[in-house]
Write a protein that binds this ligand. Sequence first.
Ligand code: NAI
Length: 343
Amino acid sequence: LQTELHDRDFEQVVLCRDPEVGLESVIAVHDTTLGPSLGGVRMRHYPSRAAARADALNLAQAMTYKSALAGVPLGGGKSVINADPRVANRDEVLIAHAKYIAALNGRYIPALDMGTSVRDLELIGRHVPVVAAQRGDPSYYTARGVVRSIEVALEACDGRTISGSRVAIQGLGNVGLHVAAMLTGQGAEVLGADIDPARVQRAVDEFGITGVDLADVLSAEVDVLAPCAGGGVVDDQTLPRLRTTALVGAANNVLSAASLARDLRERGIVHVPDFVANAGGLIAVEAELRDDARGLEERVDAIADTAREVLNRSTTAGTDVVSVALSMAKEIVEANRKYRPYF
Ligand code: NAI
């Protein structure tokens, strides 16, 4: 484990246990060069301890790069509680976890994630120095950044625009519905699918999208495919079936392996990496932490500049967009290394 942490530039990883209440959790602080590490508290029953630890490490590292590219003064962190979210003594487990977070003295700021709610964050907040309580819903800003990235991707496809384009959205949840509303509002034809038929019906009724079968959404013939459900939807099986010109969505880790970015490039599919496109929510959460929403929309819209730079550098260097975006993020972190404003 220490070799892995060293090779992946981790600052600190805390493995927590409280047998009295049945807590097993991991707090991963990847990098605090740009600021205290921020990341969600994920509560989930993992198949193994190794799987829980791997999830925390991967997500924390991705947060470092997402923050760096979004120009947010935060580092990358994440914590996972390896427990069923329906566990009977849930509050006790959350408080035990919060006490371990508190011992880090603000180096890790907990936020919302899968399996935790605003109420849970409020509970944790009573025990830690800083919490991202997320009273406002960041998903509008996430969607706004995704739509800006879609514009840039279309621009790169022979100068197309949202108006008159066809976009397929997988997942019409908090982010997906906002994306559907914005795209139809700008004159796109939107197709959408969700495992929950009520979500599809709502998008049909409110925004005039066309519902499609779950099995068909990924292979729909469209200008843009926007995955806004779970991660890993583009893999060795699905990639050959894609019939889209561009791939831009909100779902974290949309590629099951980073190496698939090369295959997308070979197939000529314009791709904006998720950790570039979906940073709007993080920008909003950071603004809420400082209680200062001035210029928030402009800062989210600036995701378009980053997306454009990633695509341009990728074309010039002949390298895939994920490698380009990661090296841009690492450059930003390294350039700030000697200042370490947080320490
Ligand atoms: P959500 O839980 O509100 O929506 C997800 C939707 O996808 C649900 O309606 C669900 O029924 C549907 N879904 C699940 N599996 C599906 C499948 N196989 N096919 C079709 N639909 C499926 O989540 P939210 O907040 O909208 O987030 C969407 C994605 O964006 C997630 O991957 C999340 O991690 C990511 N994200 C969200 C941010 C936010 O601000 N909410 C910020 C950054 C990333």
